[in-house]
Design a protein around this ligand. Sequence first.
Ligand code: ADP
Ligand code: MG
Length: 787
Amino acid sequence: PFLDNILLLKRNMHLRDRQQAWQNSSIGKEMMTFRENLPAFKEKEAFLLAVRRHQVLVVSGETGCGKTTQLPQYILESEIEAGQGGSCSIICTQPRRISAISVAERVAVERGEQIGESVGYKVRFEGQRGTSTRLLFCTTGILLRKLMFDPDLNGVTHVIVDEIHERGMNEDFLLVVLKDLLVRRTDLRVVLMSATLNAKLFSSYFNGAPLLHIPGFTYPVNIHYLEDVLELIGYTFSEIDQADDYGEDKAWKMQRMLQRSKRNPVVSLAMDALANADLRKYSGAVQFALSQWNPECLGFKLIEALLCYICKNEREGAVLVFMTGWEDITALNNCLKSNPLLGNPNKVRLLACHGAMATADQKLIFEPVPQHIRKIVLATNLAETSITINDVIFVIDCGKAKETSYDALNNTPCLTPTWISKASARQRRGRAGRVQPGECYHLYPKAVFEAFSEYQEPELLRMPLHSLCLQIKSLKLGKIGDFLGKAIQPPDPLSVRNSVQLLETIGALDDKEELTNLGMHLTSLPVDPRIGKMLIMGAIFSCLDPVLSIAAGLTVRDPFVLPVDKKDAAEKVKYKFGKEDCSDHIALVRAYDAWKQAMDAGNAVDFCWKNFLSFSTMQVMHSLRRQFEVLLRQAGFVDPVHEYSNLFSKDLDLLKGIICAGMFPGVSSVWSMESNTKYKTVEDGPVQLHQNSVLSKIEKIPYPWLVFYEKMKSGNVLLRDATGISDSMLLLFGGKLYKSETVGRLHMQEGWLEFTLHTPFAQSVMILRRELDSMISQKMENPKLDV
Ligand code: ADP
Ligand code: MG
């Protein structure tokens, strides 16, 4: 111990000397001046004092004031100055991978270091940290994972949770865990950081923890709603020019033009609003428009026209465009690239900023551009609070956001774009006023803004809880219901019970709500538990390749695009891929295989175009497949040496069994009444097939059962996707089987799934099923076992 102490002392001194040397060097001084000009600097002493005095501190401040890059750094610097640098360990969580990485890199630069020295990062599959790393930026998921192995966070001195105002599921969850942990670890310091809103909520959750607010300064931002935007660019629409000849009233002209274009109800609504002063009359129409409006329909044309307008008429400064996700960013990007002005690299630098971006590409967003070039950044709501782009003066806000649904690494189920909250809209607006007075263009009418909710609903209250429930179990946090009851805003007990029940049905939890071996494995797969189970079964039964495609396809959402004007042709293509097997899922497999072949032959873009497939979605599927395979290999389910995992990949019966294993309890029975085929599921009674499903075009489905992943209610209950399967596959791969008193009758754990069978056959089904179940459970116990 004596020697250890000496070494520690030496290390501490070295850290201090280095820090001082940097701060006294000429670039270091310049950097310090930059940092000292950030609003956070004025609160530095107050912040450090509060951290020393209180277990929990809540800090709020405008985006860009220096919370993320400065506050953790202040702690690190002060520990190093005090000669304790070697023994502190600060963890700062970020909700997204990209911000964890970019912030860590920025802080390393500010400290004149390489990433991985005193500052590092860790996100899933990627990390830069060394033995000397004292400040670690990581995703919230990584910290939760760490808690699994080290529930007391031994050695960690400070935990900083960033962006808590977003109310992400992981963050809300982490706060409950930390609240418990603080009782045991009285020396641990927790700092919660949030954008300006709602900090009081968190303070009262932590028994009145002190609040520190960093006053910020922003320049005024001019607000333009859709009405104004259309007026600004109105004359670029040729229809209006024509109408002008007739000397018509302008508002009416625009209205007529938009009625003609008929693509976007909100735009028409805005036009009505222009013509009629009283917007209140339109509240019903506003509601309708809210449900219909879709940035993609709005036509990238409007954004294109607005961007051209800004480039031609406005002062210098970067433009930040808020889009909903990776897909529409890519599509808009392609569309803008073909514009003679916006696509000209000598005049415009078009950049994208979203969570799935390669690390190297991120840096371009922050780089200044030469004077005569206009920087345009297409971003997701990532740029709302977690990333600050310095030179932005113009903001274009499409008004919608969605979670990065393609990114299974963040474990976010697919979501459709939804309206942002007023708070988000104000945040987006604020991005324009950081360096000088700015302009914000909201692509929706003022009336729509007024209808936004004040804050976004916390994720915990609107997302499926299956994965979270598994996580609670793997962290040994007790009864799921009790634990979630302790959240800031607890979810509805009914939805908790539904999730627990589903997990019991698929065999991830036992009847005492304890994790089974399957449940344990599922916690390491960042996908919906049902998809996770299907992946594991695919690996166990050496039928992995097609299952990878299905899992990836269901996770990213449909790669088949169905353009309104070419719907028939598009549906034919999907039908071609799936009709033979009576399966939307196998259609995914065949589409991917064909795409892969086209890819290898170098004509994938053309292939996608002809087959109505989204090229970008196919690419994401491709990379997800790889990630799934890596995870299965890490868990031991895939043998890295032998190619056993695809021994039976061509066996379609088996594949259907595995699909059934994954989709269960999503089962519906098929019964034909003359020409009219009907389906029935457990809870909802009669259901129908969604018109996008291949099966909806098959006259007579030659299977007694359908298994499906998703059903949705919109008037009728619709199955979005389905695969037809036989009795035997359902019996072998469905839920638990019971033999009832009545001889020759089998039923599944869902009581209504009854099979009347001849006794000898029932007998053999039971025997075979027992064999399969025992083999599966052996594999779950020890995935590497050869059975
Ligand atoms: P907050 O977390 O309060 O929103 P940050 O700490 O992220 O603020 O950013 C503080 C300031 O640091 C920003 O205003 C910006 O000027 C600067 N900054 C942050 N990241 C970078 C970067 N990667 N490159 C250059 N400057 C950056
Ligand atoms: Mg921040």
